[in-house]
Design a protein around this ligand. Structure first.
Ligand code: UDP
Length: 482
C-alpha cells in the first residue's frame, strides 16, 4: 500500500495552482497516494473547477472540493482579502475533519498552504504529520517567522521609523518593500500574519517553493541554529520550482491568444499581467496603455476593470470582465494598436503564453507563481509589484538576481508615467540590457531544472518528506498490530 498524503489548498488561483503541482509531483516522482482538498467560495467555484479538470486529466490526484459557502455574515465586506480567505478556511475545517474521518485509508500527513495552518490541529487529532507549504519564497518565510517572534520595539522601528528589518543572516527588508500586513498594525490582518508566522514554527516541516541555488542565503539562515534556525525549529524543505509545465500544443488547440502568438517573431512580445487579482487605479491604466503604445512593441495585456481603492480588487470575484474596455482605456487605443497588441479581458492562459517562443518579456506584479513561470520559460521581467509580499519579490528579482528591472517610483505609491513605462518596455524588449537579462534568466532556468531533476536538491528534499510519510505509515501499522 502506498503512503497516503492529503493537501489542503486555500481559495485563489495563486494557491490552488502550486498545491496541485506539489500533489502531482508527490504522486509521479515519489509514488504517494495524494488527496487534494480545495477550498472554494461561491465566487471562485467556477474558475477553480475548470482548473481542477484541466490539471487532473491524468487522474493522478483524488480531489475533493470543500465549499466555504457564503461568509458575508461572518466578515465585513470591506475586510482585507487575507481576512476573508482565513475565515473561509476556518468555516471549512469541519468538512475537512469529516472527510478525513470518513476515509478508509487515512492519510499519514496533511500538507496545508500558508492560509491553512489552523487545519494542522485536525492533523493532530488524527495523529498525522503536518507540513506547511509556502507557495512563495524562503525570504518570505524568514521574514514571517522573524516578525512573529521579534520584540515589538523592532517592528515599531521598522514600520514607524521606517528602518530596515534586519533579519539575522538574510537580506534586510527595506521599509519601502515591506510585506503588506506589517503596515496595518491595528488591523486584523496584522494579527493573522503574526499568527501564521508562529504557526509555521510548529509544523513538522516547512516546504518552500524555491531551490537551494536561488536562495542559499535565506535558506542557510533558516537552518542555522545561531540565527533563525533557533526560532524556526521546523526543518525547511526547498522543493521548487513547482510551476505548471508547458507541454506541446494540442493538435486541436483553439485559443485566439496562442494563435496570435504563433504569427509573431521570436521573443518580440511583452506579456502584461497582474496575476489572478491585481487591479490598477484608473489613471494608472491610462498611463500603462499609453506607455505600451509609445513603446511600439508587440504586447498581450490581460486587462481588468480599474479600482482606485484595492490593488487586489478582483482576487476572488466572479466578474468576467465583459464591461467595455472603452470605459477605461484611452480613446482609440484598441484601434491604434490592433496590429501589434492584443488586449484580453480578465484571464489568459499564462503558462502557455510564457512558454511560447514569441514572448520575450513579462511586465508582472511579481506574484511568486508568475515569477517562477517567467524564470522557467527564460522570460525577462519588468517588476510591477502591487500588494502582499510582491515588493520584496521585486527587490529580490531586480537587485539580487538581476532578472528584472523596476520603475523609479513604486506603482503602489505613485502613478508610473507613460514615458517611464515606454522606456522600461524598450529596455527589456529592444536594448542590450534586455538581452543580458534574458541570458541570466535562462541560466537560472537551468539551475531550476537541475534542482528539480532526479538527484537534484529539490528532488531530494521532497524525497525526504515522502520518506517521513512512509515511516509514519509503518509506525501506525506497527501500533495497530500492538
Ligand atoms: N494566471 C493565469 N492567467 C491569468 C492570471 C493568472 O493563468 O490571466 C495564473 C498564473 O499563471 C499563476 C497564478 O495564476 O500561476 C497567479 O499566481 P501568482 O502567485 O503569480 O499571483 P497571485 O494571483 O496569487 O497574486
Amino acid at each position: 500500500m502506498k503512503p497516503h498524503v492529503a493537501l489542503l489548498a486555500s481559495p485563489g488561483m495563486g494557491h490552488v495552482i502550486p498545491v496541485l503541482e506539489l500533489g502531482k509531483r508527490l504522486s509521479t516522482h515519489h509514488n504517494l497516494h495524494v488527496t487534494v482538498f480545495v477550498v472554494a467560495c461561491d465566487n471562485s467555484l467556477q474558475q477553480t473547477s475548470q482548473l481542477l479538470n484541466s490539471t487532473n486529466h491524468e487522474n493522478l490526484l483524488d480531489i475533493l472540493l470543500l465549499r466555504s459557502g457564503d461568509i458575508s455574515g461572518l466578515v465585513d465586506s470591506d475586510a482585507s482579502i487575507v481576512t476573508k480567505i482565513l475565515v473561509m478556511m476556518r468555516v471549512s475545517l469541519s468538512s475537512l475533519r469529516s472527510a478525513i474521518s470518513a476515509m478508509k485509508c487515512r492519510p499519514t500527513a496533511l500538507i496545508v498552504d500558508l492560509f491553512g495552518t489552523e487545519a494542522m490541529a485536525v492533523a493532530d487529532e488524527f495523529n498525522m504529520l503536518k507540513y506547511v507549504f509556502i507557495t512563495t519564497n524562503a525570504w518570505y518565510v524568514a521574514t514571517s517567522i522573524y516578525a512573529a517572534t521579534v520584540d515589538k520595539k523592532v517592528l515599531d522601528e521598522h514600520t514607524n521609523q521606517k528602518l530596515p528589518l534586519k533579519i539575522p543572516g538574510c537580506t534586510p527588508v527595506r521599509f519601502e518593500d515591506t510585506i503588506e500586513p506589517l503596515l496595518y498594525r491595528n488591523d486584523a490582518v496584522f494579527y493573522w500574519y503574526i499568527r501564521l508566522g508562529m504557526d509555521m514554527t510548529t509544523a513538522d516541516g516547512i516546504l518552500v517553493n524555491t531551490w537551494e541555488d536561488l536562495e542559499s542565503k535565506s535558506l542557510g539562515a533558516l537552518r542555522d541554529t545561531k540565527m533563525l534556525g533557533r526560532i524556526a525549529k521546523a526543518p525547511v524543505y526547498p522543493i521548487g520550482p513547482l510551476a505548471r509545465p508547458v507541454g506541446p500544443p494540442p493538435v486541436s488547440r483553439k485559443d485566439a491568444v496562442l494563435d496570435w502568438l504563433d504569427k509573431q517573431p521570436t521573443e518580440s512580445v511583452i506579456y502584461v499581467s497582474f496575476g489572478s487579482g491585481g487591479t490598477l487605479p484608473a489613471k494608472q491604466m491610462i498611463e500603462l496603455a499609453w506607455g505600451l503604445e509609445q513603446s511600439q512593441q508587440r504586447f498581450i495585456w490581460v486587462v481588468r476593470p480599474p479600482s482606485d481603492h484595492d490593488a487586489s480588487g478582483s482576487y476572488l470575484t466572479a466578474d468576467n470582465g465583459s464591461a467595455g474596455f472603452s470605459d477605461y482605456l484611452p480613446d482609440g487605443f484598441l484601434k491604434r494598436t490592433h496590429n501589434v497588441g492584443l488586449v484580453v479581458p480578465m484571464w489568459a492562459p499564462q503558462a502557455q503564453i510564457l512558454g511560447h517562443p514569441s514572448v520575450g518579456g513579462f511586465l508582472s506584479h511579481c506574484g511568486w507563481n508568475s515569477t517562477l513561470e517567467s524564470i522557467m520559460n527564460g522570460v525577462a521581467m519588468v517588476a510591477w509589484p502591487l500588494y502582499a509580499e510582491q515588493k520584496m519579490n521585486a527587490a529580490m528579482l531586480t537587485e539580487e538576481l538581476r532578472v528584472a528591472i523596476r520603475s523609479k517610483v513604486w506603482p503602489s505609491e505613485r502613478t508610473v508615467e507613460r514615458d517611464e513605462i515606454e522606456m522600461m518596455v524598450r529596455r527589456i524588449m529592444v536594448d542590450k540590457e534586455g538581452l543580458a537579462i534574458r541570458n541570466r534568466v535562462k541560466q537560472m532556468k537551468n539551475s531550476a531544472i537541475k534542482a528539480s531533476s532526479e538527484g537534484g536538491s529539490s528532488y531530494n528534499s521532497l524525497s525526504q518528506v515522502a520518506v517521513d510519510c512512509e515511516t509514519s505509515l509503518q509506525c501506525l501499522k506497527a501500533m495497530a498490530q500492538g
